[in-house]
Design a protein around this ligand. Structure first.
Ligand SMILES: Cc1cc2nc3c(=O)[nH]c(=O)nc-3n(C[C@H](O)[C@H](O)[C@H](O)COP(=O)(O)OP(=O)(O)OC[C@H]3O[C@@H](n4cnc5c(N)ncnc54)[C@H](O)[C@@H]3O)c2cc1C
Ligand code: SF4
Length: 529
């Protein structure tokens, strides 16, 4: 008798990656169950929480931090043991962490994906840019990405790159005044400004209204012009997928033939449920995916699960320009200076991306002035003056994978469900440290070019919220967790949809690549199921 299953495919996690995979499979007529640890929260509630929050600069503040579905900002949940305080924003609710992302939607360069063979460092991807290109296009169409077709995104001022088979689905937004002024004054010094492709629609698209430019993207777009996983969680449900909330997967059960036989989940009331499916996709974010594999003792014959953690650790710099540039108008970021994204220097030190942050500057400016003792009407005047002249660079470094940088299930601590919490060990390496003086030299040139006054270059390194490497992709099962299709080497029916598969980080934000891989994986599974 043929075996019966609860679903063709179980997807663990309803973030952008899991929901896109689930939608593609449901559209292809497969039965899909999505397990989501968190709850479904309506947008209006998140917007109201944002408005009422006393912690406006904390992007996690408007979102629930449930005792059974902790966010990463909870110190009791994520414990650090390395020299770096690794604490990227991670949310647990239907739609996942892209509720409060910045929506930058870059493609990797072909060289990023062949780093070892091009520059002799790090690892190569087992697939090439050409393999992924059609899925980048589909991912851009899914997310509603706006962009400039003719630009060299490698920052070398060459022909359009990386190659694309079709134009961006939507045209780019207009340049902000700040971007225009910086570009006009710094590009004569040899700096190449690149528009940031992003998932904020410039026209009504897929049920979303056009971006109104009101600069709330982080922590929440009030109108849904900015993409988040909630859109594809909804699409997947409409296409027939069954989404279960308050359902934390805590065990992948091994079966015959090396396959995963079942997924076990627990509710906040302590109920345990076992579900079976032909295929399983774990799409539980770059930290939780390896944790689930580790606590289930699966996919780890290489001992690489949880290792090779990368994050684009970065630095920041603020200065006051000699003219008002009016940050805070339009979306929270629009692009930056990319001269050091690619080139022979990557043999010796990390690629560098300088993003221009376009957040409303008043809170940062006010805090600084109050610290200096400026009060009363003079404080009001200076806030107005300084906030209009404020320029904020957020710089990102390429990372290399190191087995010692890792996430693990905590050895003793448990959450409210009795499931281990997270431990992270992370150190910033010499490849990144060697790039820091180069980036700082650029900072000083930017300040000089704007005849400005330096406010601060951040000390140490900052989190950049980009989780990569933790379930690393490779062609050799001895030193990687998944193959080029995101199928685990150890289990033919277990796939991972997470940016954690990315083996060479480049400097760009990884989510579009994760979605492209998730769509590609869904096509493969749909053919096999
Ligand atoms: C402030 C900020 C800005 C960012 N900006 C950008 C950007 O501009 N561009 C970019 O590319 N990336 C950006 N990122 C990163 C981006 O948010 C992530 O790469 C992306 O959200 C990853 O999607 P995901 O689907 O893998 O994980 P998530 O979106 O985190 O979804 C995972 C889901 O799985 C659920 N889950 C976890 N464990 C379990 C379990 N055991 N059982 C059931 N469900 C579970 C979670 O509740 C969650 O809903 C940013 C991140 C932050 C924090
Ligand atoms: S600028 Fe406003 S409308 Fe546009 S994406 Fe950001 S929050 Fe949404």
């Amino acid at each position: 008798m043929a075996e019966t299953y609860d679903a063709d495919v179980i997807v663990v996690g309803s973030g952008a990656l899991g929901s896109n995979a689930a939608y593609e499979l449901a559209k292809a007529g497969k039965s899909v169950i999505i397990l989501e640890a968190g709850l479904r929260i309506p947008r209006w509630k998140i917007v109201q929480n944002t408005r009422n929050s006393s912690r406006r600069s904390d992007f996690n503040a408007p979102y629930p931090d449930l005792p059974w579905a902790h966010t990463s900002y909870d110190n009791d949940y994520l414990e650090n043991t390395g020299s770096f305080n690794f604490r990227p924003g991670m949310l647990k609710l239907v739609g996942g962490t892209t509720w409060h992302w910045a929506a930058a939607a870059w493609r990797y360069l072909p060289t990023d994906m062949k780093l070892k063979s091009t520059y002799g460092v790090g690892r190569d991807w087992p697939i090439s840019y050409d393999d992924l290109e059609p899925f980048y296009q589909r991912a851009e169409e899914a997310l509603g990405v706006v962009g400039v077709d003719a630009q060299d995104q490698s920052g070398q001022n060459g022909p359009a790159s990386p190659p694309r088979s079709k134009p961006y689905p939507l045209p780019a937004e207009g340049k902000t005044y700040m971007f225009q002024r910086l570009e006009a004054r710094l590009s004569p010094l040899g700096f190449h400004f690149v528009h940031e492709p992003n998932a904020r629609v410039t026209k009504p698209y897929d049920g979303r209204p056009a971006c109104a430019g009101n600069n709330n993207c982080m922590p929440a777009c009030p109108i849904g012009a900015m993409y988040s996983g909630i859109f594809h969680a909804d699409h997947a449900e409409k296409a027939g997928a069954k989404l279960l909330t308050d359902a934390t997967a805590y065990k992948l059960e091994k079966g015959e033939g090396g396959k995963i036989a079942a997924v076990h989940y627990r509710t906040s009331k302590g109920e345990d449920v076992r579900l079976t499916s032909r295929y399983v996709i774990v799409a539980a974010h770059g930290l939780e995916t390896p944790k689930l594999l580790l606590i289930s003792d699966v996919a780890n014959s290489s001992d690489q699960v949880g290792r090779n953690l990368m994050d684009h650790s970065g630095i920041g710099m603020q200065f006051l320009a000699d003219e008002p540039v009016w940050p805070g108008r339009g979306a929270v970021q629009q692009g930056g200076i990319f001269n050091r994204r690619d080139g022979e220097h990557r043999r010796d030190y990390a690629a560098v991306k300088h993003s221009i942050a376009n957040n409303v500057a008043n809170p940062a400016v006010a805090a600084r002035l109050i610290k200096q003792g400026v009060l009363g009407p003079e404080l009001d005047r200076r806030i107005r003056e300084d906030a209009s002249h404020w320029v904020d660079f957020s710089t990102t470094f390429e990372m290399l994978p190191h087995a010692t940088n890792r996430v693990q299930a905590h050895s003793t601590k448990r959450d409210a469900l009795g499931i281990p919490t997270l431990t992270v060990h992370y150190d910033v390496d010499d490849y990144v440290k060697a790039a820091r003086p180069i980036a700082e030299a650029d900072f000083h040139t930017f300040v000089k070019g704007m005849n400005g006054t330096l406010v601060e270059i951040s000390e140490g390194f900052q989190n950049r919220d980009h989780l990569m490497g933790t379930v690393i992709m490779g062609s050799d099962p001895k030193d990687s967790v998944v193959d080029g299709d995101c199928r685990t080497h150890d289990h033919p029916n277990l796939f991972l949809a997470t940016t954690g598969v990315i083996p060479a980080s480049g400097v760009i934000n990884p989510t579009l690549t994760g979605v492209a891989l998730a769509i590609r994986m869904a096509d493969i599974i749909a053919k096999e199921v």
